[in-house]
Each structure stands twice: as C-alpha cells, then as structure tokens.
Write a protein that binds this ligand. Structure first.
Ligand SMILES: Nc1ncnc2c1ncn2[C@@H]1O[C@H](COP(=O)(O)OP(=O)(O)OP(=O)(O)O)[C@@H](O)[C@H]1O
Length: 255
C-alpha cells in the first residue's frame, strides 16, 4: 500500500554543512507521526523540504506516490500539505475570522474575471463556511471578532491550527506546537490533535515535549545529526538504546 508521505534519501546541504543526510521514512494515512531528535538534528530543515520551503539538495518527497519535491509551497499546499511554524505567524491586527480566511486562501484563488462577473460569490461563501467551521472545530467559534493578537497563548496556538486546517489538508506538519504551553493547554492541544486525526487529517509532528510525543504518536522517527537513527512506536523509541544515547549526549532525557 502506498504511504501518504514518503521521503527517500532526503538531503539538504548548506555550504559545507549537511543538515539532513540521506533521510528515509514514511508517514501512513490516519497516523500521528512524530519526528524527534536532539537540537540541531535537522527536523525543521526536513519540514522545510517537505512543505516546499526548501528544494532538497538530493532525494525525493512523495505524496501518495507522486513526487512533490521542488514544488513551490503554494503548489504543495494545493496538493494537501500545510505546515505551522515554531513561532506564531498569525496576523495580530486582524480578527480571528480573517486569520482563518487567510488559511482557506490556500485553495481559494479569486479570479479577476470571475470577480468582475460576480461569479466568485459562491467560492467566497464556501471559504467563509470553511473558516467558521474550522474555528468551531478548535473551540474558537465565539471569538471570531476578537483580534488575534488579544488571544491567550493557548488560543493563539489553537488559531494557528485552525488556520492550517481551514484549507482542509490531508497532512498537517506541526512544528513544536506545545512550546510555552502550561499543562492544561498541553492537555487541550493533545485532545484537539486526536480529534483532528479522527476527522481524517494525518499529522506529522516535530516536538521536544516527550510526554506529548509518547502520548499522541502512532509511530515515531528519531533523527540525530541529520541522519535517521531509529523508528517505532512510543515504547520502542522510549527504550531504544541509540535514542537514549542521542538524548543523553545532548543532555536531554527521553520521558
Ligand atoms: N538556513 C540555514 N543555513 C545554514 N545552516 C542551517 C540553516 N538551517 C539550519 N541550519 C543548520 O542545520 C542543522 C539542522 O538545523 P534544524 O533547525 O533543521 O534542526 P532541528 O532538529 O529542527 O533543531 P531544533 O530542535 O533546535 O529546532 C543545524 O546545525 C543548523 O544550524
């Protein structure tokens, strides 16, 4: 069976530094898949290649068996992959609803001729419906007229997810979504991710919060110094000697 996402020999060189070095892994449809590794292991660079932000120096990214590596980000988004960033990329001066509408823009492209003829009204209504239902899904329905910049940290994180979900992607790449969250916000965010997955969205998650990773993921790929290190379910990874060594070497502990 073809995996939803597959990276083959994925490699990124920055001058003399090989940040990602011949990486191979697969993400199965319907899974929450973790990508972990000590600081500087190459996780964000891998995300940047999958989402089209970087063109790989070598290797391929396949979505449903079709190569997407080297496509620009908006083409990758149109194929069904969107990402969130480590730090908030919300428009703080815009309303919560307008931020969600920006997310729908991934697949809603107003056409000047359609606009002149007034033919894009249905597409606009469709975008509005998707933005609103995405906000509802993430528990932000009552906040659509608030400014995004006025929301609490937890709500801003949920809005970041709602913006990504507004284009109804097949795969969401989440880069450290739990950073700066208190335990209650973390619990709520984990619940949202489980619901998102149950709705049919596959998730690839980069995260340092090992409790969240171990509690959420079906499968985990661990990388170290740009290379594949280990793969398996939470208990396998937690007890894997190479993973423990990689984290202890970096003075971090696997939960
Ligand atoms: N644009 C760039 N130019 C040069 N070097 C880079 C660039 N981006 C990343 N690197 C280097 O590539 C390596 C991998 O970085 P990357 O950010 O992908 O790691 P990471 O696993 O996401 O780390 P962290 O967990 O700290 O976010 C690091 O040595 C980093 O300094």
């Amino acid at each position: 069976m073809t995996s939803l996402l597959e990276v083959q020999n994925l490699t990124m060189r920055f001058g003399g530094l090989t940040a990602v070095d011949g990486l191979n892994f697969k993400v199965e449809k319907g899974h929450i898949h973790g990508l972990i590794g000590p600081n500087g292991a190459g996780k964000t660079t891998t995300f940047n290649m999958i989402s089209g932000f970087y063109t790989p120096s070598d290797g391929k990214v396949l979505l449903n068996g079709e190569e997407i590596s080297g496509l620009p980000m908006h083409h990758v988004a149109n194929r069904g992959i969107v990402r969130t960033f480590q730090h908030s990329t919300l428009f703080g001066e815009l309303s919560v609803l307008d931020n969600a509408l920006v997310g729908t823009h991934m697949t809603f492209r107003p056409n000047i001729f359609a606009a002149i003829l007034g033919l894009d009204g249905a597409a606009r209504r469709n975008a509005l419906d998707r933005a609103r239902s995405s906000l509802e899904f993430f528990g932000l329905g009552g906040l659509e007229n608030e400014l995004a910049g006025d929301l609490s940290h937890g709500h801003q994180r949920a809005l970041g997810m709602a913006v990504a979900y507004a284009s109804r992607p097949d795969l969401i790449l989440l880069d450290e979504p739990f950073t700066g969250m208190n335990p209650e916000e973390t619990r709520q965010m984990m619940e949202l991710m489980r619901r998102l997955c149950a709705e049919g969205t596959t998730i690839l998650l980069v995260e340092h919060d090992m409790q969240a990773i171990m509690g959420l993921c079906d499968n985990i790929t661990c990388m170290s110094f740009g290379k594949f290190l280990a793969e398996g379910g939470p208990s396998e990874i937690r007890n894997h000697p190479d993973v423990i060594e990689a984290y202890l070497g970096g003075a971090r502990h696997v939960a």
